[in-house]
Design a protein around this ligand. Structure first.
Ligand code: TRP
Length: 334
């Protein structure tokens, strides 16, 4: 990897399976980023601990996420794809940064309030300091850009605030990261309620396309997708259902909204929904095949993990040592 490229950092939590929203909104756009950036992608398993996990399933989910990254086309030789928990520096810098973050700032995090209300029986301190660990993830790699969805923008803001505060006290230690909002990263909405984001935790199974859904399931879910009154395939605010399906179709086929309108001019919703279902199934079939192969070939993924864990640890370790030195922690005697 070239030294002169800017650094990009991102990752996803290792919980459950990914949705079409995660894929079209993020993963698919990550595949080519290495051309412009030195890329680090984490399997964010430490963040997943903020919610109680069943150990065996959790381990499987983390592995599945790694394989999905690769199956979606992220090349583990061109990108550093690694497990957050394998690089101790995340937890170490997380602690240091906890001491540079104010409770008043964390109290303002909307995601914390949201999650705390959903998990009222387990409002743990990790859930509260979640954004600080995320700041550590990003700052350890001196990332310039962080592709995130709107729901993570506030966390990126606090990351910048923490980094600036630290730099003001100790000099230029951290690169100040910027949110990277990609031009073609679509926000995919629920198929059952197009005013809500597509989410893997949706109770209505028909609302969400999972990346590992089979062809028939995908087509059936699209057939059932909520549409709007009228019968025209037209992209507009008063047609949130059809507009969402059009965005999905556009993401997958590369067609513009005007092209899609022309393609389905005079045709009904039924025909359009079937076409979207088929296009999505066609897009996901090769990914699923590759995923199955990867899950069978244990040694290949193991090797990728090992090599990339080491690379990540090297980069992160450099930053951590610098931080320790700046704040006056005693250096290791080697
Ligand atoms: N919080 C992010 C999410 O739920 C996942 C995440 C953890 C992340 N650390 C990160 C994303 C660092 C970008 C950069 O989507």
């Amino acid at each position: 990897m070239e030294e002169n490229k800017k650094v990009l950092y991102s990752g996803m939590q290792a919980t459950g399976t990914l949705t079409l929203g995660n894929y079209l909104g993020a993963l698919k756009n990550w595949v080519k980023m290495h051309e412009e950036f030195t890329c680090f992608y984490g399997v964010m398993d430490l963040h997943s601990l903020t919610v109680r996990q069943e150990p065996a399933q959790f381990r499987k989910n983390a592995r599945a996420l790694y394989a999905l990254y690769v199956a979606a086309g992220l090349d583990p030789e061109k990108n550093c794809i690694y497990y957050q928990s394998h690089v101790a520096a995340h937890a170490q810098l997380g602690w240091v940064l906890d001491c540079f973050t104010y409770m008043g700032e964390l109290n303002r995090m909307t995601q914390f309030k949201d999650k705390a209300s959903k998990h009222a029986d387990n409002i743990n301190a990790g859930l509260y300091t979640y954004p600080v660990l995320m700041a550590a993830d990003i700052l350890l790699y001196q990332a310039n850009v962080v592709p995130v969805g709107v729901d993570q923008k506030q966390h990126l803001e606090i990351t910048r605030d923490i980094a600036e505060r630290f730099n003001n006290l100790y000099g230029e230690v951290f690169t100040i990261p910027e949110a990277y909002i990609s031009e073609n990263g679509a926000k995919i909405m629920s198929l059952a309620d197009p005013t809500k984001k597509m989410s893997k935790s949706d109770e209505n199974k028909n609302a969400t396309i999972l990346l590992l859904d089979d062809r028939d399931t995908i087509i059936r879910k699209f057939k059932r997708a909520v549409t709007d009154s009228g019968s025209e395939v037209r992209f507009s605010e008063d047609k949130p259902g059809i507009s969402n399906l059009m965005s999905i179709y556009g993401c997958v086929t590369g067609k513009t909204m005007e092209e899609i309108e022309r393609e389905f001019d005079g045709k009904g919703y039924g025909e359009f929904k079937l076409a979207v279902g088929e296009a999505v199934a066609d897009e996901l079939t090769p990914l699923q095949k590759r995923y199955d192969e990867l899950m069978k070939d244990k040694s290949y993924i193991d090797q990728c993990i090992k090599t990339n864990d080491e690379r990540a640890a090297y980069v992160a370790g450099k930053t951590l040592r610098k931080v320790h030195k700046k704040i006056g922690l005693t250096e290791l005697i080697r």
